[in-house]
Design a protein around this ligand. Structure first.
Ligand SMILES: Nc1ncnc2c1ncn2[C@@H]1O[C@H](COP(=O)(O)OP(=O)(O)OP(=O)(O)O)[C@@H](O)[C@H]1O
Length: 258
């Protein structure tokens, strides 16, 4: 049985996910890399958080560890009230299916399925039929009404990413992780997708954590967490793109193989 953490506040205010003293080391000896070095971070419920930092600073590793996709070396991670460390592979898979949504740079849609089928597939695999009313709300929020019978090849990149966003949201996950969701889109379409993600947070109360290199993308978030060298080094609330750019940690001169 997953062991619940004590709540960090009154009911409903516990973060959607958090890491405490999270360390992730890859390799050993000469090739040992400390990708995350005792990171403690909370992702507040119903908020849009961007994670930024130079290439190699640990952004993807943080996302993968908090989403339960990668085992951690030390420290703890929880999603909602569930601590991940004691969970076996099966329990982790179930937790991810039930509590986590993912949006990737490359959309990751199944080409032979329609938009509607792509959106509902993860829920059906988890043995649940998505609530029809909720599906309608999500589809309307991301502006896909009228496109549900199309296959990915019949949709633009932006529309495909909207399908991916709807797929991530339809199971009402505790948290949605978006890894460079606008990386493959032109800036106008990217801005649209970021607007939809923001609407999902504002209007549907969804929690979203987005990894990005782009200060303009990060400015759509409520908060930006900056990583450098595997550590959280700064954060900004209500960010503007110029401030994000100013505060961005500079790339380290050297790697941190140790
Ligand atoms: N599977 C792995 N095996 C070994 N080292 C890894 C692995 N994954 C990541 N690393 C190393 O961990 C460090 C952090 O990588 P990570 O991909 O988390 O950074 P990032 O901030 O997401 O980078 P980018 O912006 O370039 O995607 C880097 O030094 C990287 O080389």
């Amino acid at each position: 049985m997953p062991r619940p953490f004590p709540s960090s506040g009154p009911s409903g205010t516990a973060p959607a996910a958090c890491a405490v003293g999270l360390t992730k080391v890859y390799g050993r000896g000469e090739t040992r890399v400390t990708a995350l070095d005792a990171v403690s971070v909370e992702f507040a419920r119903g908020r849009f958080t961007a994670v930024m930092g130079p290439s190699g600073s640990g952004k993807s590793t943080l996302m993968h560890c908090v989403a339960g996709l990668e085992p951690v070396t030390s420290g703890s991670v929880r999603i909602g009230a569930t601590e991940l460390a004691p969970l076996g592979e099966r329990e982790l898979t179930r937790l991810r299916r039930e509590k986590v949504g993912f949006v990737f740079q490359g959309f990751n849609l199944l080409p032979t399925l329609t938009a509607a089928e792509n959106i509902t597939l993860p829920s059906l695999l988890a043995g649940r039929r998505p609530d029809a009313g909720w599906m309608e709300t999500v589809v309307a929020t991301v502006g896909l009404t009228g496109r549900l019978a199309h296959r990915p090849a019949e949709l633009s990149g932006g529309q495909q990413q909207r399908v991916a966003v709807a797929r991530a949201l339809v199971s009402r996950p505790e948290i949605v992780f978006a890894d460079e969701p606008t990386g493959n889109l032109d800036s106008r379409t990217g801005a649209e997708i970021l607007g939809f993600l923001r609407d999902c947070v504002r209007e549907l109360g969804q929690t979203v954590v987005m990894v990005t290199h782009d200060p303009v993308a990060a400015a759509h978030a409520d908060r930006v967490v900056f990583l450098a060298d595997g550590r959280v080094v700064d954060e900004l609330r209500e960010p503007a793109a110029e401030t994000v750019l100013e505060r961005m940690p500079r790339p380290a001169a050297q790697g941190r193989t140790r």
